[in-house]
Design a protein around this ligand. Structure first.
Ligand code: HEM
Length: 497
């Protein structure tokens, strides 16, 4: 039978379309064939990938299960997003550090912009603005410069223990006041009040709102249903939009208010010492020497670097101190041994200072074990690749999210037997000297995006821990008969836990 004219036209139309489809398919297969395989991983579902199998509250637990099943490098698909999970310190060093040219970008996070967190350079793409912010930050937080803040950190640690002795029940609030008062002082030269400071409260609320949603696993909802930000206020599900607005207003206030405080007080006839050596004051003085055209760009980067510093400092330091307190309550022998070391090295007539640090190896191992036992950023901050790469015969695509599963390293039973137990001894050799294993080498991430505040964080934590050990005793609450009340620790989760 001869086809009718309409049928012949249809055949003519189908032919070129088929040609395009077949060529594209061929090219896709050829591309895949020419490339090495992706790293092993769980089988993804069409469209959804592996998203339904991931515990969105504690994704590190899922990734650590997959570590056991698939190895040190695992491929995961979160909706249409390629993700590579690194489960070993060695691979993190090789990729994030030695190949940092490829691995220093950050992925798109759907909650970033709506929650006003794009001012935080820790989440910025790997571009000139990030470089400007990081350079300004580095001037203040590099090890040789951060050391000038130590006397102030020690002073604040002593204020913290006075608060703990006065009002032991609100220990979380005293840790938070310590962390934010150090940050506010370093960055703006702003002296917070001992309790209930309005800026500290603002900082806490901005951190709480943002940290809970600033992960890709949590941002999936907004990525899939962006209309959630457009729902009318009365509609079910509009709470996300409300939170986003509150968070944006909070971050704007936090970026502008303390900055203006420093600017205004620099004009005083004799600004106090802490203000003059703050990051913002020193940077504004440097800015004066620049040409007029570059000043607005510098000022904008400085505001972002400054707000990043206070947000980056506060929750991380507070959560680590909470983990320390929990360890001291749960492992009283470790607490007693650390106190005995302080008593024998320093005595009871004075408080510890930074000069004593090298003589207190057990206190040092308590700090190391706290970082390992309860890593507050179990997945760090995700990196992203800016070009294709091949590692160990596996293909790593451009634009992939790269997750450093720090949790998996802390739970490596070969390196840390009984890894769930708090055992500071694991960092000491038979002679009582410290070993070479320092969790700070992985807890703060790796490569060009590694924690920019690492040295300041270390000094804050050490001063708080040693001062608390020298002066107070952490223990459970007692009932009317003086018996310790049992408790189950609860962790908030998100970007930090
Ligand atoms: C216990 C305390 C802290 C821990 C465990 C911690 C951990 C981390 C981690 C894991 C990252 C991501 C690293 C990566 O992408 O590879 C990071 C980034 C960052 N941290 Fe920290 N941090 C702490 C305290 C601080 C403090 C006190 C500051 C500020 C003074 C700070 C500022 C930053 C900044 C600015 C970044 C982003 C760096 C970038 O993207 O270029 N952190 N931190």
């Amino acid at each position: 039978m001869v086809p009718a004219v309409d049928d012949r036209l249809a055949i003519l139309a189908i032919l070129p379309i088929s040609f395009v489809v077949v060529t594209a398919l061929g090219r896709f297969i050829e591309n895949r064939q020419n490339k090495p395989p992706l790293p092993p991983g769980p089988v993804p579902l069409p469209l959804l990938g592996n998203v339904l199998s991931i515990n969105t509250k504690e994704p590190w637990l899922t990734y650590t299960r997959w570590h056991a099943a698939y190895g040190d490098l695992v491929y995961v698909r979160i909706l249409d997003q390629d993700a590579i999970v690194i489960n070993s310190q060695h691979i993190a060093k090789t990729l994030l550090d030695k190949r940092s040219r490829i691995y220093s970008d950050r992925p798109y996070i759907a909650t970033l912009e709506p929650f006003g967190w794009s001012s935080n350079f820790g989440f910025m793409r790997y571009n000139d603005e990030w470089r400007r912010c990081r350079r300004i930050f580095h001037q203040t937080f590099r090890p040789e410069s951060a050391v000038k803040f130590r006397p102030m950190q020690m002073r604040r640690a002593r204020e913290m223990v006075v608060n703990l002795i006065d009002d032991p029940q609100h220990y979380h609030s005293h840790f938070a006041t310590f962390s934010s008062s150090v940050a506010m002082s370093v960055v703006y030269g702003y002296q917070t009040s001992a309790r209930d400071d309005p800026l500290v409260r603002l900082l806490e609320s901005v951190s709480d709102l943002g940290i809970a949603v600033m992960t890709q696993e949590r941002a999936v909802l907004l990525k899939t249903f962006p209309f959630l930000l457009k729902l009318p206020d009365w509609c079910w599900g509009s709470s996300l939009k409300r939170d986003a607005q509150i968070s944006t207003n909070g971050t704007t206030e936090l970026r502008e208010m303390p900055f203006q405080y420093t600017q205004q007080h620099m004009a005083d006839s004799s600004p106090h010492e802490q203000l003059s050596k703050s990051m913002v004051a020193e940077s504004l003085q440097r800015m004066e020497k620049q040409d007029e055209a570059s000043k607005p760009i510098f000022e904008s980067a400085l505001k972002k670097a400054a707000v990043t510093a206070i947000i980056g400092s506060t929750d991380t330091t507070t959560s680590t101190l909470m983990a320390f307190a929990l360890a001291m309550v749960s492992y009283p022998d470790a607490q007693r041994r650390a106190q005995a070391e302080i008593d024998s090295v320093i005595g009871r007539d004075r408080l510890p200072t930074f000069e004593d640090r090298a003589s207190l190896p057990y206190v040092e191992s308590v700090l190391r074990e706290t970082l390992r036992w309860h890593p507050i950023g179990p997945l760090g901050v995700p990196h992203a690749t800016s070009s294709d790469d091949i590692y160990d015969g596996y293909f790593i695509p451009k634009g992939a999210t790269v997750i450093y599963n720090i949790w998996a390293i802390t739970r490596d039973e070969k390196r840390y037997p009984d890894s769930t137990c708090f055992k500071p001894d694991r960092f000491m050799d038979a002679n009582g000297a410290l070993t070479d294993d320092n969790p700070a080498e992985y807890i703060f991430g790796s490569g060009r995006r590694a924690c920019a505040g690492r040295y300041a964080a270390d000094a804050s934590l050490w001063s708080a821990i040693v001062t608390a050990l020298a002066t107070v005793e952490f223990s459970s609450r007692k009932d009317d008969q003086g018996k310790a009340i049992d408790f189950t620790p609860q962790f908030t989760t998100g970007f930090t836990q």
